[in-house]
Ligand binder design. Structure first.
Ligand SMILES: *[C@@H]1O[C@H](CO)[C@@H](O)[C@H](O)[C@H]1NC(C)=O
Ligand SMILES: *[C@@H]1O[C@H](CO)[C@@H](O)[C@H](O)[C@H]1NC(C)=O
Ligand SMILES: *[C@@H]1O[C@H](CO)[C@@H](O)[C@H](O)[C@H]1NC(C)=O
Ligand SMILES: *[C@@H]1O[C@H](CO)[C@@H](O)[C@H](O)[C@H]1NC(C)=O
Ligand SMILES: *[C@@H]1O[C@H](CO)[C@@H](O)[C@H](O)[C@H]1NC(C)=O
Length: 359
């Protein structure tokens, strides 16, 4: 797997994209610069047709590839309607072109609503200018303003509210699949759970975290206005501070691991976690992980939801590997039960070749 060198992980390069990726970006830029949007009343019609969103996403690579026509997206379309996720992406004016645009051109399109939170308006993304001074020290202030903005403008339009960074990659279908088992009226949030600072733990900021509707309401209406529950100035580590506020208003830190105990949200790039020894024992990760964690291929879920430290170059690499490459003849066929819970057919008895863990 030489294409993802460990070095590149922390030094994402904006250098040569794959030709296909460049074409994809150009098409996307052409599509989206055509509409001029007022961030206060953003026109999200481009995201409103689920089938269109999902199929266009898959079809970008080649609308006519007959292999893509074999894909059955019906279940992800059902969940797109049923588990609505608004994504807001933490960014800044310097990153609009170099990073945010590439989030939008890749996984960001699969959010039901996608908003970039910045300190300068950018109609093409769209990015919102929050009333905060642009400064790394103000990320906490930005986070509070972002959730206030979302609560005031989009609360009724989504069930779950995901915060990611402009170097996070998210697999939205898997996020909806996990969230489908929970009720967004319950005070709960999910992410990569970390141990220190907050008694129930908190979720890594770069790995992204997703709050239920009820959690957003409590955060904005109960926690933020109360300096005893929530840090009132703008400084501090955004992820720790929101973890404290949420705990103070009774929002539960959820367990996002899969049924095998493998992680679905990743606060680091994949190679650090998939390759035993890639992180030595002094790495901060080992002190921070809330649950026991073993590096190796079993670290991480087949229903992976997020990956952190994904520079623009790797956004396209992941996009291609996750949504286009399909080992021929291997697939799985999940279904919904009558109460809309997802289940996998257990095909082990029928045909062992579908057991993805024992190739
Ligand atoms: C979700 O929780 C709310 C409030 O507790 C309840 O009214 C509603 O019926 C629940 N929805 C489902 C699908 O269980
Ligand atoms: C696609 O998947 C859905 C849900 O699993 C299933 O009901 C449907 O029959 C499938 N369609 C085809 C053409 O296989
Ligand atoms: C399951 O989802 C389908 C499609 O969204 C919907 O029509 C149906 O009412 C749902 N069933 C239940 C029991 O929630
Ligand atoms: C699937 O079926 C096999 C063979 O009957 C069984 O051993 C296994 O426990 C089943 N797996 C699950 C997750 O039910
Ligand atoms: C797996 O599927 C193939 C093709 O349908 C079939 O020929 C083979 O017998 C199956 N193997 C098992 C163990 O069921």
């Amino acid at each position: 797997m030489s294409y993802v060198s460990l070095r590149r992980v922390h030094r994402p390069s904006i250098q040569p994209f794959l030709t296909g990726a460049v074409v994809g970006v150009l098409i996307t830029v052409m599509l989206f610069t055509a509409t001029s949007l007022d961030p206060a009343s953003i026109n999200f019609s481009i995201f409103s047709s689920k089938r269109e969103t999902i199929l266009r996403t898959i079809g970008d690579h080649s609308h006519h590839d007959h292999h893509h026509k074999m894909l059955n997206t019906s279940l992800s379309e059902t969940l797109y309607e049923k588990v609505r996720v608004l994504c807001w992406i933490m960014t800044g004016p310097k990153n609009h072109k170099s990073k945010a645009q590439h989030v939008k051109a890749t996984w960001g399109r699969r959010c039901n609503i996608l908003i970039f939170m910045s300190t300068e308006t950018d109609h093409s993304l769209p990015a919102v200018a929050l009333p905060v001074i642009e400064n790394r020290d103000n990320l906490w202030g930005k986070t509070k303003e972002a959730f206030k903005y979302v609560y005031e403008n989009y609360y009724e339009k989504a069930d779950w509210f995901f915060k990611g960074d402009d170097d996070t990659y998210a697999i939205m279908e898997n996020m909806r699949y996990m969230l489908n088992d929970y009720n967004s009226s319950d005070p709960i949030y999910f992410g990569f759970r970390m141990k220190p600072y907050v008694s129930q733990g908190y979720m890594s900021g770069g790995g992204g975290y997703v709050l239920s509707k009820e959690s957003v309401k409590r955060f904005v209406t109960e926690a933020i206005p109360n300096p005893e529950k929530c840090k009132s100035d703008n400084t501090g580590a955004e992820d720790v501070e929101i973890g404290r506020c949420l705990e103070a208003v009774g929002v539960k830190a959820g367990d996002s691991r899969d049924t095998e105990g493998r992680s679905r949200f990743l606060p680091l790039f994949l190679t650090d976690l998939l390759i035993p020894g890639a992180m030595d024992s002094s790495h901060w990760f080992w002190q921070y992980t809330y649950y026991p964690f073993e590096a190796g291929l079993e670290c991480c879920s087949d229903n992976l939801i997020t990956i952190h430290y994904v520079g623009p170059y790797n956004l396209y690499l992941l996009e291609y590997l996750i949504y286009h490459v399909q080992p021929f003849g291997i697939g799985y066929s999940p279904t919904l039960t009558s109460d809309n819970k997802t289940v996998y057919h257990n095909l082990t008895e029928q045909n062992k070749t579908v057991d993805k863990h024992k190739p």
